[in-house]
Design a protein around this ligand. Structure first.
Ligand SMILES: Cc1cc2nc3c(=O)[nH]c(=O)nc-3n(C[C@H](O)[C@H](O)[C@H](O)COP(=O)(O)OP(=O)(O)OC[C@H]3O[C@@H](n4cnc5c(N)ncnc54)[C@H](O)[C@@H]3O)c2cc1C
Length: 504
């Protein structure tokens, strides 16, 4: 049977687009089938509040894992802007409202802030030492992400930082955090990176994997603001993919995938039948299994709330810090180490946290271009709020009612540190539970990484791979569910394209 295309890509999320771009530019005929009416998946920008000209990054909002080399290879006109502030964490002590301020570059204000929190100087020294070690680790691991998977031993030898390897990979991350830091607030700020999008205790290795992904991007782990919002990345990828001659088909949900000795047949919901030499799935592995009629891989549920807010102005804080500093980086509320552990236990037992661990940032402080100049001049701002440890199971019974409860828990968590209720300033708000995310964009159980993240290596004795292969030599994963997928990175898209190109 002849082939309609060299490659069919199921799904037009950013990774499907990256794969399409690399393949088409290497001379392959490529067809991309996207179920929805627009490209982008979890990387879209939308005018969420129609009466206001503000284009929010509806799902993903910060970029770290997207290698600069992919931007350069594909000639993307896409820029990420550094935030001056890394984080601000309000806390209360002896009836006083204080806050831990951490600048992106260690400075006098950060030093003073640590001194107020811990006059012994221990936490400040521990912080600088710990993150210096991790920075070195990140620098060494990042270049491996766009190459065939290394084995655990080969990667350990290449990185050659045995002490860091031990606590990053081998032992639960909660152990090193509690050994090296003494303060519950500081411990929590460090731990957050291990729990974003991952429903785990600090003492489970899954948390280490999440931690690694949050600290290795581009060799620095810095999370930057996508200029123009996350949709700007999709717009650029679409431009490049169209120029390369990819046949893009929207509103084409794939319903069946069947392979034979020399090709793969794909059927869409409206009965279109296509055949290609290879198929790449940007859809989650769980979805691909359904399309192929194979066994669905196990995975954790998604466990986060995403709340997008448009405000008349930024709220004032009880601690008196300038809101333009507090919200420019990541604002943590009720994310101490002990709070995380308790909320994890409660949520596992089916209890919605009354005070939700949340983190937020204000996109428009770094990049006002997502607002009309009229709104920017009026002082409007967006807030991106991410609530942790709210697994999909909590919403199963009654998504509407639980979404409302979760919103209340998130806002009360924030209000605890504000000098005025945030509700008084809100002009637009949208709330997405894990179940909403599954319904809107098909992420199984709302898992933001499609399925559990995986360490970026394979075990000794495994078949050499790019981390994108399936049990069928003609079918590959090009999305977040691949090994080294997860997050806005383009890495699995690139790697799946390389795996196919290596076949010919
Ligand atoms: C709320 C939220 C916040 C996040 N925040 C961040 C962040 O700040 N930074 C970060 O790096 N990561 C973040 N992430 C994670 C990141 O966005 C995702 O891991 C990543 O965007 C996944 O990209 P992808 O291209 O692999 O898949 P997706 O974006 O999920 O795209 C898959 C595409 O496949 C399509 N599809 C599915 N099934 C079919 C079918 N049967 N037929 C045809 N098409 C199909 C879907 O419609 C979709 O367009 C966040 C995710 C969420 C949900």
């Amino acid at each position: 049977m002849s082939h309609d295309y060299d490659v069919i890509i199921i799904g037009g999320g950013h990774n499907g687009l990256v794969a399409a771009a690399y393949l088409a530019r290497s001379g392959k005929s490529v067809c991309l089938l996207e179920a929805k009416s627009e490209l982008g998946g979890a990387t879209t920008s939308v005018r969420a509040f129609p009466e206001y000209d503000a284009r929010v990054s509806r799902y993903s909002y910060l970029v770290s894992l997207l290698p600069d080399s992919i931007i350069a290879d594909l000639g993307l006109n896409f820029e990420c802007i550094s935030r001056t502030v890394s984080s601000y964490t309000p806390y209360q002590r002896d009836g006083k409202d204080l806050g831990l301020y951490v600048s992106r570059q260690w400075d006098a204000m950060t030093e003073t802030s640590f001194d107020i929190l811990d006059s012994s100087g221990h936490e400040s020294a521990a912080w600088q030492e710990f993150y210096a070690e991790i920075a070195e680790f990140a620098k060494r691991i990042a270049p491996t992400l766009l190459k065939p998977l290394m084995t655990r031993n080969d990667l350990r030898e290449l990185i050659d930082l045995p002490k860091v390897w031990e606590y990053m990979i081998e032992k639960p991350i909660g152990q090193v955090i509690t050994t090296r830091f003494k303060n519950d607030v500081v411990r929590g700020v460090v731990l957050t990176d291990a729990l974003i999008g991952t429903f785990a205790s600090a003492y489970e290795i899954q948390a280490n994997i999440c931690f690694l992904y949050h600290l290795m991007g581009n060799g620095t782990g810095e999370w930057k603001v996508p200029k123009g919002g996350m949709g700007a990345l999709v717009a650029e990828l679409e431009r490049v993919v169209v120029a390369a001659g990819v046949d893009i088909n929207l509103n084409q949900e794939v319903t069946t995938v069947q392979s034979d000795a020399d090709g793969v047949n794909v059927v869409t919901a409206d009965g279109q039948k296509l055949r290609a030499r290879y198929v790449l799935s940007n859809a989650a592995p769980q979805t691909l299994a359904k399309l192929r009629g194979t066994i669905k891989p196990e995975s954790l549920d998604g466990s986060q709330m995403k709340i997008n807010i448009l405000l008349k102005r930024l709220p004032r804080l009880k601690s008196g810090v300038d809101p333009a500093l507090a919200f420019a980086g990541t604002f943590h509320a009720n994310e101490s180490f002990s709070q995380f552990e308790q909320v994890f236990i409660d949520a596992k037992a089916g209890i919605m946290p009354e005070v939700m661990p949340i983190e937020m940032y204000c996109h428009t402080l770094t990049d006002p271009s997502i607002l009309s100049s009229e709104l920017a001049d009026l002082g409007y701002h967006t807030l991106t709020l991410f609530g942790l440890h709210t697994p999909a199971a909590l919403f199963d019974g009654d998504n509407e009612a639980m979404r409302a409860r979760a919103l209340e828990a998130a806002l009360s968590s924030l209000n605890q540190y504000l000098a005025e209720p945030v509700e008084d300033l809100i002009v637009g708000i949208e709330v997405k539970s894990p179940l909403d995310i599954e319904k809107d964009i098909g992420l199984p159980r709302g898992n933001i990484f499609h399925r559990d993240l995986h360490f970026p290596f394979h075990e000794e004795g495994s078949t050499p791979s790019w981390g994108v292969e399936t049990d069928d030599p003609r079918i590959f994963i090009c999305g977040a569910g691949a090994i080294r997928g997860g997050g806005v990175s383009g890495v699995p898209g690139h790697n799946a394209a390389m795996a196919v190109l290596a076949k010919d």
